[in-house]
Ligand binder design. Structure first.
Ligand SMILES: [Fe+2]
Length: 199
């Protein structure tokens, strides 16, 4: 299997990346990021994706999670991103808009990694293997504990598509019970991925 070398996607050492990411996150969020990277790397090995890109995407997926709302709003406006984004919140922004900060601060420009980060908060009708791996790894990393986690982990062991479909169904169900506003792309994604649901 083709594997990227780490210096093809990172302009500095891996340990420097860890320091840069840790500097922007609480310890507990940083530890989540490390677990997502481990989980993503393992899924990449299992499903013949690129484990190096999976690890790096896992490390950076929540880079902007603790940035202030004002920073996201400024980027949405200055970069002329879809204005509808202003009607959502950090839950959507830290992926879709977070890629801006990853490019700016971390100097990571690999499109496969940036795509996986962007889609981890929204999903998409089209998702590469790496997109699916980060979406799932974030949901099932070893410290996750919620009703349905065992079924989510089993779904991901059957196939990435089954894992994505399971996660979309359960996440949407949860958001609706919370009365949350749903990002339209996530609904369209559910309509696409639901063919993989097993029930
Ligand atoms: Fe996230």
């Amino acid at each position: 299997m083709f594997m990227t070398k780490i210096n093809e996607v990172l302009p500095y050492d891996y340990e420097v990346l860890l320091q840069k990411v840790h500097a922007k996150l609480t310890d507990s969020r940083y530890n989540h990021v490390l677990r997502v990277a481990d989980t993503a790397e393992a899924l990449a090995q299992q499903y013949s994706a690129d484990p190096v890109k999976a690890r790096i995407a896992g490390i950076v997926h929540d880079y902007a999670k603790q940035f202030p709302d004002e920073a996201f709003k400024q980027v949405i406006m200055s970069q002329k991103l879809a204005p509808e984004l202003l009607g959502y919140n950090n839950g959507i922004w830290h992926g879709v808009v977070g890629t801006y900060f990853i490019k700016r601060d971390l100097r990571i420009f690999d499109t496969a990694i940036l795509s996986a980060v962007a889609k981890h908060t929204t999903a998409d009708v089209e998702m590469s293997a790496l997109d699916q791996i980060i979406f799932i790894a974030d949901y099932i990393e070893p410290n996750r504990n919620f009703p349905g986690i065992d079924a989510a982990r089993k779904a991901a062991q059957k196939s990435l598509a089954i894992g994505v479909a399971f996660e979309l169904q359960h996440t949407l169900r949860y958001l609706v019970t919370q009365g949350a506003k749903i990002y339209p792309k996530t609904i369209i994604s559910y309509n696409t991925w639901r063919e993989y649901l097993e029930n």
